[in-house]
Write a protein that binds this ligand. Structure first.
Ligand code: DGP
Length: 111
């Protein structure tokens, strides 16, 4: 399968890894949008959040994201984003969570 994040998970494409466990891998985004910008992916291929049915994997991804935020020292707060599908702005078709922080991120949704 020609999936760039599968190749990163397999070590075929270099990345700056910050965390990994049995199910997940976290590495720095190549185009950071904040001082800290890490992507958390499942090691096995899943195209997007749309296809996520395994609560264990969901928990592993969220737990990894929270661990990354703590390790990055994002004490002031952080944001988790999962762009999903074309309307959601997803460009890489391998499920990934963006962990962003290190500066005020502003409000995304108006109340
Ligand atoms: P999204 O729009 O949610 O699909 O974001 C994909 C992100 O993936 C984008 O912020 C840039 C990042 N990205 C794309 N290719 C690579 C790569 O080869 N290495 C790393 N580290 N990040 C990548």
């Amino acid at each position: 399968m020609d999936c760039i994040f599968c190749k990163i998970a397999a070590g075929e494409i270099p990345s700056e890894r910050v965390f990994e466990d049995e199910l997940t891998l976290a590495f720095r985004d190549i185009q950071p949008q904040a001082p800290s910008h890490v992507l958390v992916i499942p090691k096995t291929h899943l195209a997007s959040l749309d296809g996520l049915e395994d609560p264990g994997l969901a928990g592993a991804l969220l737990t990894a994201a929270a661990r990354v935020a703590r390790d990055e020292g994002l004490d002031g707060g952080w944001r988790l984003i999962a762009n999903t599908g074309s309307d959601g702005g997803q460009e890489v078709d391998h499920l990934h969570l963006h962990v962003l922080g290190g500066r005020p991120l502003g409000r995304m949704l108006s109340s």
